[in-house]
Design a protein around this ligand. Structure first.
Ligand SMILES: [Zn+2]
Length: 307
């Protein structure tokens, strides 16, 4: 007991600390934290003990840990430290930041054995709580929403950097493989320069580039624009221009086309769009569109499709 506190006041606060500990009411935390700062070591000990009990009743863990840690590590009264250390252990993973201090305390030969043991026990308990927390982390399949096991999570993260359940993993894997295969199978039309293209329109475009000595890359792998994977039809590395041939006419395809065009625009990429209707006058269209970017292609003799 401390001289600053008379006997009756000490008795009242002792009873209060015991009462709050038994209450199971997490709303008592602020009052207990005040008691944890009292001059009486006995009251501090009871407050620490009460905070430990409230851990199971949903007390604000961050708040409790912040109040308990200084007492656990530095209280002049060893028994108070012991109780604060036990309480800290009850808040488990929330006390992770104090692990180095607890390890130091457990190894400190100048403090009482029971304080060192309590520090060691707290550190062990906190580490175990962290481990369980990591194990229990709930991951959900981003495709179907089902909860996935840690194994499923690990495997799909490694393969796709996304979380998929095993069933969705297989489907996504097949979808991607089929998509790649389909594109390969579609590349049956051989352009003049030897590039395999997917359609007659693409062949005309590829031939036009070859004829004018314009280097192009056809069907590059995916590029990421604004987080979306897109696959440009042609890229002209010397001019830094993308050329897309919008060969299909379905609604889905048109939505994809608009989205793709917005992405190019958003990224400041230079895009030339060619549509099936441009085919009869492809030379003129490409020539005109390239001139917008400042590239003037010398007229080729007698091989223009323009009327
Ligand atoms: Zn799934």
């Amino acid at each position: 007991m401390n001289s600053e506190m008379d006997i009756s006041q000490h008795h009242v606060l002792t009873q209060r600390a015991l009462e709050l500990g038994r209450s199971g009411d997490p709303a008592c935390v602020p009052e207990l934290i005040r008691l944890l700062g009292m001059p009486s070591a006995g009251i501090r000990r009871l407050a620490a003990s009460a905070l430990a009990k409230l851990a199971d009743f949903g007390a604000d863990a961050a708040l409790c840990v912040a109040a308990l840690a200084p007492v656990a590590l530095r209280d002049p009264h060893p028994q108070t430290r012991q109780y604060a250390l036990r309480a800290l252990k009850c808040y488990g993973a929330e006390a992770r930041d104090y692990l180095p201090d607890l390890d130091d305390l457990a190894a400190n030969g100048t403090v009482k054995d029971y304080v060192r043991k309590a520090a060691d026990s707290a550190a062990t308990g906190i580490r175990e709580a962290i481990r369980l927390q990591q194990e229990d982390a709930v991951h959900k399949c981003t495709r179907c929403g089902r909860e996935v096991s840690p194994e499923e999570h690990g495997r799909s993260q490694q393969a796709f950097q996304r979380t998929f359940c095993d069933a969705c993993f297989d489907e996504v894997f097949l979808e991607r493989r089929n998509f790649d295969t389909k594109v390969e199978l579609n590349k049956t039309i051989i352009a003049k320069a030897g590039a395999l293209v997917q359609s007659d329109g693409e062949r005309l475009i590829a031939d036009w580039f070859s004829m004018h000595g314009i280097a192009y890359r056809y069907d590059e792998r995916f590029r990421i624009l604004s987080g979306h994977a897109i696959r440009p039809d042609f890229y002209l590395p010397e001019l830094d221009v993308y050329v897309e041939y919008w060969g299909m006419d379905t609604a889905d395809y048109k939505i994809g086309m608009l989205k793709k065009q917005q992405l190019y625009q958003h990224e400041g990429k230079r895009l030339i769009s060619i549509h099936p209707a441009d085919k009869p006058r492809l030379d003129e269209v490409l020539r005109t569109k390239l001139s917008f970017f400042g590239y003037h292609i010398p007229a080729s003799r007698g091989r223009t499709t323009a009327p």
